[in-house]
Design a protein around this ligand. Sequence first.
Ligand code: NAP
Length: 310
Amino acid sequence: METREHEIMIIIGGGPAGLTAALYAARAELQPLVFTGMTLYGQVSQTDLIENYPGFPEGITGMELGERFEKHAVRFGARVLPEPVESVDLLQSPFSVKTYTKTYEAETLILAMGADHKKLEVPGEAEFTGKGVSYCATCDGFFYRGKDIHVIGGGDSAIEEAIILTRFANSVTIIHRRDALRAQPLLERRARANAKIRFLWDTVVEEIVGRERVQNLRLRNVKTDQQFEVPTDGVFISIGHVPNTALVGNQVELDEQGYVRIDWKMRTSVPGVFAAGEIADSHYRQIITSAAMGAAAALQADCYLNEQNP
Ligand code: NAP
């Protein structure tokens, strides 16, 4: 028979939610095991400078904050493995968690797999990803020194990405499907004051065109229906996120937008399984709120374990 390693708590995901859950669980002596997957610290590591995490008035890089989260959790006994989880079985408790090397059983589980970049889903996007199509200014901005590039989207992320890209690019044109930004006023003011940033309003991308690399964007004005092409050296797509629910999508209840449905105690539809961070939050999506959800999930999981073994 297959051997299963027994764990009190497994946390899937190593971003702010997962690592904060690990910190709280470790301090409650639950010896949590965290599987981080391949993207170290989740989306945080792709954030250049974080200026709104309390306690860091000068800002802190995403990578450094992620490292600090991990170090803090490990200091109290959390084990963090950079291994992707292959499958989970939530049908019976203890729950089963399978990686490529082992099968574990866990008395309680915290889902903190976060969210990923939403795709534009136009022809050329997949083909030219990494060849002029990017989703991360911090990761790829450097390659666009002196270039004329485009950013798609009108939310906080798109505007932040555009501002970061002006450090490298000659010009950054923000293409937005409406005539008003969704982004917060502070970011909008910064973008409008930046001489390198231009806006193309009421416009959608219909195709990303190129040969070896991206060369043109085929666009359409949604008000006039006029189609036109613009040359580009690169396009950064920043139109929101989709929750990473593939592992559990048919085993826990999801909301209308596809996020894991939780109550205010971070409980999913399966007793003993909790969720925290962006996998369960389409609204706030801040590092501080994800971390707070992680803390709450760990505290609640501890209560659950106490109820199971009074
Ligand atoms: P978002 O707020 O959902 O904005 C997505 C943007 O992309 C919107 O402008 C949307 O247009 C556009 N869009 C969506 N689908 C599209 C499509 N198929 N084609 C063209 N355009 C499309 O996402 P986000 O900017 O990633 O931000 C998510 C959350 O994180 C927000 O709550 C935000 O406040 C937060 N955030 C905060 C900070 C910060 O505080 N510094 C930084 C980054 C993100 P419409 O406007 O027309 O819907």
